[in-house]
Design a protein around this ligand. Structure first.
Ligand code: NAD
Length: 277
């Protein structure tokens, strides 16, 4: 997809962070954008602002991606109002972190429910529309933790590995049906993801963010990398450099990142329970 003018785009999780950034950039490039989010007030506030300020073609709708009824209802409504869906930004997600033995089982189920099953549900409902209309493009927002191990974020990594497997598998089926995919696997981006996340007892967003040993990418840079990948027909977009490096290392030496993560975790545990949690 080289040109977004007059394209109909559905963005899940579009009320905040990466989704909001992608929605704004796509509107700027002439698309009609539907912002679907569980935070419907946030989604509506954005859509109203864009319509009032710039006359943009945007509207908001409430969507919990874990509800198949809501997913089907939203997809039907978009098709009813616009006649088609050209582009899906399958982006809604949450963070869950901590050592796996400490993370509440409810949080493990929740992250799999939203980040994997929710993403699969949205993708399938939109994919069916695209197969029927004979074309479309799906951008699945995974993570670098969909390609490499994610110590301290095992359930999150499991969900994102699932999104990678789903995308790569359906891509093969879709080849002759006119539907194409871009799989996005970013490192750390400056959004609300960590603050809104759920953690094991004693761990919090501030501590998680303070331990990130890399530059955190801005939303603007992430949006530019993703839309550049989509317009260039890239099947996978991995950024920034350290995400590409880790991915390469993991394929070259399976086990190396596990050893490095184990060493880092041992260092944190040695600092004492308050620090290591
Ligand atoms: P964010 O918290 O700013 O935005 C996530 C959005 O998803 C929010 O608007 C939230 O309301 C919505 N959402 C959460 N649960 C939902 C549900 N059940 N149904 C519908 N909407 C729901 O975070 P973000 O960083 O912009 O996250 C966007 C995507 O990017 C996520 O899939 C995340 O896993 C992925 N990602 C983020 C980072 C990062 O470092 N921020 C890195 C790699 C991948």
């Amino acid at each position: 997809m080289r040109d977004f003018r007059e394209k109909v785009v559905l963005v899940t999780g579009g009320a905040s962070g990466l989704g909001a950034g992608l929605a704004a950039a796509l509107l700027e490039r002439g698309a009609s954008v539907v912002i679907a989010d569980i935070n419907v007030e946030g989604a509506q506030a954005l859509a109203s602002r864009w319509v009032a300020e710039r006359g943009d073609r945007a509207w908001a709708v409430a969507l919990d991606v874990t509800s198949s009824e809501q997913v089907d209802g939203v997809v039907d409504e978009v098709v009813r109002r616009h006649g088609r869906i050209d582009l899906l930004i399958n982006n809604a997600g949450i963070a869950v972190g901590g050592e796996f033995h400490d993370v509440p089982p409810r949080a493990v189920r929740r992250v799999l429910d939203i980040n994997l099953l929710g993403a699969a549900q949205v993708m399938q409902a939109v994919y069916r529309v695209m197969v029927k209309q004979g074309g479309g493009h799906i951008v699945n927002i995974a993570s670098m933790y969909g390609l490499i191990p994610g110590a301290m974020a095992a359930a999150y990594a499991a969900a994102k590995h699932g999104v990678v497997g789903l995308t790569e598998s359906v891509r093969a089926e879709a080849r002759q049906l006119g539907v194409t995919f871009t799989l996005v696997c970013p490192g750390f981006i400056a959004t609300n993801l960590f603050a809104a996340g759920e953690y094991s007892p004693g761990l919090d967003a501030e501590r998680v963010v303070s331990r990130i040993p890399f530059r955190i990418v801005s939303v603007d840079d992430a949006v530019a990398a993703i839309l550049n990948g989509v317009t260039r027909g890239k099947s996978i977009v991995v950024f920034p450099w350290y995400a590409r490096l880790f991915w390469w290392l993991h394929r070259l030496h399976p086990g190396l990142l596990v050893r490095l993560s184990a060493a880092e975790l041992a260092r944190q545990r040695a600092r004492g329970p308050a620090e290591s949690r």
